[in-house]
Design a protein around this ligand. Structure first.
Ligand SMILES: [Zn+2]
Length: 245
């Protein structure tokens, strides 16, 4: 299976999105200082899901961010993906409210005209939170599964188009091919390929977004920063010198 790619297929009235990532996750791991342990596995799951969601973005959306928070492990992974295939991520500590044990999934859709739209769901683990997102926030019947092969993670997102009831049938027909996710095998199983797009590491930060970070700092704290403040993007590490007025 190729990686750093997102492919879209149609099977009857069901849309199939296959995302596969490896090098992007390795680059994120390097940027964020994580080793190839369980954090890397979680990153692969989150990144493959976010890539698939971004492939079906609404027209006026510029990018979307899926942030998973693990109260027990006290960490969070946020992955941002653009419709054009750019992706980046930020891994941070997360300090939960008392007694909260479920995995939290926050999906934020950013648009230039409408601002931000955020939905929050809970699940027992990543798969559970994604299932909750599908049930509670998407308006289609859908299924999602991640498959890991060494350092590569592939996500399969299968969703019914409006008016369709084929999900279970399509899922059962393509399930035997999940292991290899070979393009020709999927086509032989009755999938028609709609297109593919390369995925690559790329950030959404700008001088303007760095300015907004500075503006969000309380005035008393800003006063201690000097005439120019250095704002470092937590997704890509790029440094911005911003006038602190
Ligand atoms: Zn950045």
């Amino acid at each position: 299976m190729k990686s750093e790619i997102i492919q879209r297929y149609i099977h009857g009235d069901t849309l199939i999105i296959v995302s596969s990532l490896r090098e992007i996750c390795e680059e994120i791991a390097k940027n964020q200082g994580i080793t190839l342990n369980s954090d890397y596995m979680s990153l692969g799951l989150v990144a493959s899901f976010t890539a698939a969601l971004a492939a079906e973005q609404k027209e006026d959306e510029t990018y979307l961010t899926a942030c998973f928070k693990w109260p027990k492990a006290k960490k969070s992974i946020a992955v941002t993906a653009f419709g054009d295939g750019r992706m980046c991520a930020c891994i941070e500590p997360f300090f939960p409210d008392q007694g909260d044990e479920n995995t939290i999934l926050e999906v934020t859709r950013h648009s230039d005209v409408g601002g931000e739209y955020r939905s929050v769901v809970l699940g027992k683990n990543v798969q559970g939170a994604i299932n909750a997102y599908i049930t509670e926030s998407m308006q289609r019947n859908a299924k999602w599964k991640a498959i890991r092969d060494g350092r590569m993670t592939a996500g399969i997102f299968v969703q019914e188009l409006p008016g369709s009831t084929d999900l279970r049938k399509t899922w059962d027909e393509i399930k035997p091919f999940f292991k290899a996710l070979d393009e020709n095998e999927l086509i032989n199983a009755g999938c028609e390929k709609l297109g593919e797009r390369e995925l690559k590491f790329g950030c959404h930060c700008s001088k303007r977004s760095a300015q907004r970070v500075l503006e969000a700092i309380p005035p008393s704290e800003r006063a201690t920063l000097g005439e120019t403040a250095e704002i470092v993007c937590k997704f890509c590490g790029k440094k911005y010198e911003i006038e602190n007025e």
